[in-house]
Design a protein around this ligand. Structure first.
Ligand SMILES: NC(=O)c1ccc[n+]([C@@H]2O[C@H](COP(=O)([O-])OP(=O)(O)OC[C@H]3O[C@@H](n4cnc5c(N)ncnc54)[C@H](O)[C@@H]3O)[C@@H](O)[C@H]2O)c1
Length: 438
């Protein structure tokens, strides 16, 4: 188990400058964490280079972006994109002419999936095909990058990849129950993890969320060697999740979203950074707070830990800017609903014994329970209803603040990173936001 090692002081390092190269290893979406780093790279005048995961054609074959898609993606990134599909995972890979894992689970039904068995020898062959496809694509990307990275420049590789849920109808229905179901629709994560389907999904999570970081570090070894020989330095970052310290009862305390089925993959990601670090490679996983993005919206209740950020801001730097954040949140609530009443609801939720029983770092990631699902999903729904508009939530505002705070923290700490695994919790994020605004 990794020791809990939160970043406690605002980093002062500043390695990166005009002409250095920032490589985003994953695609950029509107609300995604990577925007925090991209903003810093842009401010520093770095050359920004991105990649794509590619797209699937009507036969599910992986293809590069069309000229039009490429132009849109490059405008969004503010940099060139190397157009080689880097879709990770093996859910749609197989030896030529054979069934893919997605084909193998396509016939599972809501009635049968818990007892349906998979041919693991065949799955392993598919995994090997997927890994070798991905590594070959990384090699092509690196060959192209090598041409674009000048001798002696500093290079920042930012890994953002996470995912791996196969696209089959039955899993949509299961996911709706595991991540959103309560009462009669509740389903335990244990049921999923004990099934062959669940085991397959965890293997795919490992590939997408963790192993891609390893393939990035290995695949860029030649670039690293050349840059370092010519006076530059190379850094790697990845986004982890392993719970977050938030302000509860006046103290920063560790808590987590449950059920985080990607937890094992995120711990594997931490071990990859630790192993690279031991080899002298500066790779750091930053375990970041729960925010709402395209990827996290499926996890109903994940956003509840964001509200105490308002208290953290008051604790770290009360003043007009913090008051303006409170006010911006107030304005999103229905007439007659106070922010104080909402925050009281969150306090009660966090003080509940059911929630407390999940604040167990050593046991992470724990399975969910029906009591947890009822409480968390119920609270999430109640809080959403306190808003004027379900599409403009306090947690949108707070997510944007967290994202903004992580940018400079990660960018500066990575100049001279102190460890392979660091937590960015609400304390340091509030301190960083105060420094930026207050
Ligand atoms: N949102 C949160 O609450 C939260 C908290 C802590 C850490 N993170 C991590 O931050 C990182 C960015 O996520 P985000 O929440 O900003 O969402 P996002 O949707 O903006 O980013 C997800 C990333 O994963 C990539 N991706 C998805 N499936 C892929 C596949 N099969 N192959 C290759 N790449 C794939 C996408 O291209 C994108 O870059 C992830 O590693 C995520 O786990 C998120």
């Amino acid at each position: 188990m990794t020791a809990l090692t939160p970043l406690r002081t605002i980093p002062q390092g500043n390695l990166f400058r005009q002409g250095d190269v920032f490589v985003l290893f994953g695609e950029l979406f509107g609300r995604g964490y990577a925007n925090g780093l991209i903003n810093e790279a842009r401010k520093a005048g770095m050359t920004i280079i991105g990649v794509t995961v590619g797209r699937r054609d009507e036969n599910n074959a992986l293809r590069a972006l069309t000229d039009e898609e490429l132009a849109v993606a490059e405008a969004n990134l503010g940099g060139r994109i190397i157009n080689v599909p880097l879709m990770a995972g093996f859910d749609l890979d197989a030896p030529a002419g054979e069934l893919t894992p997605t084909d193998m689970i396509a016939d599972m039904s809501l009635k049968s999936w818990q007892t349906d068995k998979l041919d693991w020898a065949h799955i392993e062959k598919c995994r090997e095909v997927g890994v070798s496809r991905f590594k070959n694509s990384v090699a092509q990307v690196m060959a192209e990058l090598d041409r674009r990275i000048p001798d002696g420049s500093n290079v920042f590789f930012a890994h953002t990849m996470a995912g791996g849920i196969p696209k089959v109808k039955v899993f949509l229905a299961i996911a709706n129950r595991i991540y959103k179901g309560r009462g009669e629709r509740f389903m335990s994560t244990r049921a999923l993890l004990d099934s062959d389907l669940g085991k397959l999904i965890l293997k795919n999570f490992d590939e997408v969320t963790a192993n891609t970081f390893q393939y990035l570090i290995e695949g860029s070894a030649a670039i690293r060697a050349r840059v370092e020989q010519t006076g530059g330095q190379v850094r790697y970052t990845a986004y982890g999740y392993h719970g977050t310290e938030i302000l509860l009862d006046g103290e920063y305390q560790w808590q987590t979203y449950t059920s985080y089925t990607q937890g094992q993959a995120k711990m594997r990601l931490e071990r990859i950074a630790e192993a690279a670090w031991e080899q002298g490679v500066k790779a750091t996983v930053y375990n970041c707070p729960e925010i709402r993005t395209n990827s996290s919206d499926i996890f109903v209740g994940v956003e509840l830990s964001l509200f105490p950020l308002l208290f953290a801001l008051r604790k770290e730097c009360d003043g007009p800017w913090v008051e303006a954040q409170w006010q911006a949140c107030r304005e999103l609530l229905q007439e007659g609903t106070s922010l104080e009443a909402l925050l009281q609801r969150i306090d009660d939720y966090n003080a509940n014994d059911v929630m407390k029983s999940f604040r167990n770092y050593a046991a992470w990631p724990m399975d969910n329970s029906e009591a947890l699902a009822n409480l968390m999903i119920g609270t999430s729904e109640e809080i959403t209803q306190m808003h004027k508009d379900r599409k403009a939530l306090v947690t949108d505002h707070l997510s944007a603040l967290v994202l903004e705070g992580t940018g400079p923290l990660m960018f500066r700490e990575t100049s001279q990173p102190s460890a392979p695994v660091l937590w960015l919790s609400h304390d340091i994020i509030a301190k960083q936001l105060c420094l930026l605004h207050a």
